[in-house]
Design a binder for this molecule. Structure first.
Ligand code: DLL
Length: 433
């Protein structure tokens, strides 16, 4: 279902007019009200009046996570705190979290966009939405919650954790839609198997999974284990939270960016130069309508590419490819760039290997070494040592095809890799930076 026909199917020409008007308003607002934006724009020699076309966006300076940290917690807000009705924060692995704020109108817009996203993913009013995204400072839980309510579905605000109870609730309440990180969805599938619950006895039909990278092979795995259609949802706290872009259930191919609210660019992460449509690079967003915490050309560090070909669903928004990884998660193993999701893609394509893995990176002398630890099925684990060795060699060879060098493979017994209740930790990097 298309939630907002007017904007989602708007001809591109008209959409661009809306975007330009909103962009000009935004630039004038942040220049007048936010000292760090004004300082950066002055340093770049650009004034709000210089934004005459959408292409002029290139004149504006980028915003980075470091800018947000330097102005922690509220220094980049555009409105006085009394107009801020909610804050969220992204945990961040290092340093202080990033704090984001919302006015009443921002919260309404977010609910509207999340309702739009859920409808795009095939969620309907009569669905029972099992929301296992974490509630709290993380934007996943509350963001999805208000969207599902706005859509008119019934929400079970279960949050993450206590997996056995989640399964009982799914059985008793008849959950039809599961919202969770893909890794937690797998964790729930395992719990179901442990409890002897047959997935066919549940009513699950759609899973809206995001907040971390997951490969196409992982999609197949989750769909099979949970008996549902798995749809990708993308977002980040600095730009809003979940609901920035969303895959449609019709194509399940690429996430439509809600461009009437978020203006995307793809840049070369090294030079910062914009790249042409279709090329892979770092995704950059400018929020066109946010009030409390808008961002100008925010560097997400996420690697993807965009395309504008029409979609079977009828939406006119550009699509972004599944995020391969983040520039700061990219491993450089003996000079070759590799993302954990590429390793995942290889692993999930091999029979007998379970979708639970961890990558351990070490530095020996001047060389980076990588060990891939992956669980194998109960049956494989109890096989003869020869079979295990053959499996290990096969994984090694396929990863070598990918990265050009040999890494260590450690096949581990079922359930030995730590399960996640939110975002999975895929990489343990022991290198000293
Ligand atoms: O993860 C918001 C969210 C919640 C999205 C629930 C989807 C569902 P943050 O905690 O700020 O916000 O983390 C944002 O997570 O920059 C990406 O690196 C990653 N990410 C989010 N969605 C996807 C996805 C939420 N579908 C960061 N695929 C982003 C790959 C994703 N990575």
């Amino acid at each position: 279902m298309i939630w907002n026909e007017q904007y989602e199917t708007m001809p591109r020409e008209d959409l661009e007019k809306v975007q330009l008007r909103r962009l000009q308003d935004l630039v004038a607002r942040v220049y007048a009200r936010v000292a760090p934006y004004r300082a950066k724009m002055d340093a770049a020699g650009v004034r709000p009046g210089d934004i005459k076309t959408l292409a002029d966006i290139k004149k504006l300076p980028f915003t980075t996570k470091e800018d947000l940290r330097a102005n922690y917690p509220f220094g980049m807000f555009t409105v006085p705190l009394e107009q801020v009705v909610r804050v969220h924060a992204s945990s961040g692995t290092t340093g202080k979290p990033t704090v984001v704020g919302y006015t009443r109108r921002d919260i309404d817009t977010w609910a509207e966009l999340m309702a739009r996203a859920l409808a795009c993913g095939g969620v309907q009013r009569d669905d029972m939405v099992h929301n296992a995204y974490g509630y709290g400072l993380f934007t996943g839980g509350l963001g999805a919650h208000y969207g599902a309510e706005k859509l008119g579905a019934t929400v079970i605000p279960i949050s993450g954790g206590n997996s056995r109870r989640q399964i009982l609730i799914m059985q008793d309440f008849g959950s039809t839609v599961l919202l969770a990180t893909p890794s937690y969805a797998l964790n729930l599938a395992d719990t179901m198997a442990d409890m002897g619950v047959d997935v066919a006895s549940l009513k699950l039909r759609v899973g809206i999974f995001g907040a971390e990278p997951w490969s196409e092979n992982m999609r197949e795995e989750v769909e099979k284990k949970l008996g549902l259609k798995a749809i990708d949802i993308y977002g980040l706290s600095e730009v809003m939270g979940p609901g920035v872009s969303m895959e449609c259930i019709e194509a399940q191919h690429g996430m439509h960016i809600f461009e009437d609210h978020f203006y995307p660019e793809i840049i070369d992460p090294e030079s910062g130069e914009p790249l042409p449509m279709g090329e892979a690079g770092e995704l950059v967003f400018t929020t066109l309508t946010k009030e409390a915490f808008p961002v100008l050309r925010y560097r997400t560090k996420d690697i993807t590419r965009l395309w504008a070909e029409p979609c079977v669903c009828g939406r006119n928004f550009v699509r972004m490819e599944k995020v391969t990884g983040r520039t700061d998660d990219m491993l450089i193993i003996r000079g070759v760039n590799v993302f954990p999701s590429q390793i995942e893609h290889v692993l999930m394509g091999i029979k007998g290997v379970e979708p639970h893995y961890q990558i351990v990176v070490n530095r020996e002398g001047a060389l980076d070494t990588m060990e891939v630890q992956v669980e194998v099925s109960e049956q494989v684990f109890s096989d003869e040592i020869k079979t295990l060795e053959a499996l290990s060699r096969r994984i090694q060879a396929e990863i070598k095809d990918l990265i050009g060098s040999t890494c260590k493979i450690k096949l581990v017994e079922p359930k030995s890799i730590q399960r996640s209740e939110g975002k999975a930790k895929r990489v343990i990097d022991n290198r000293k930076i």
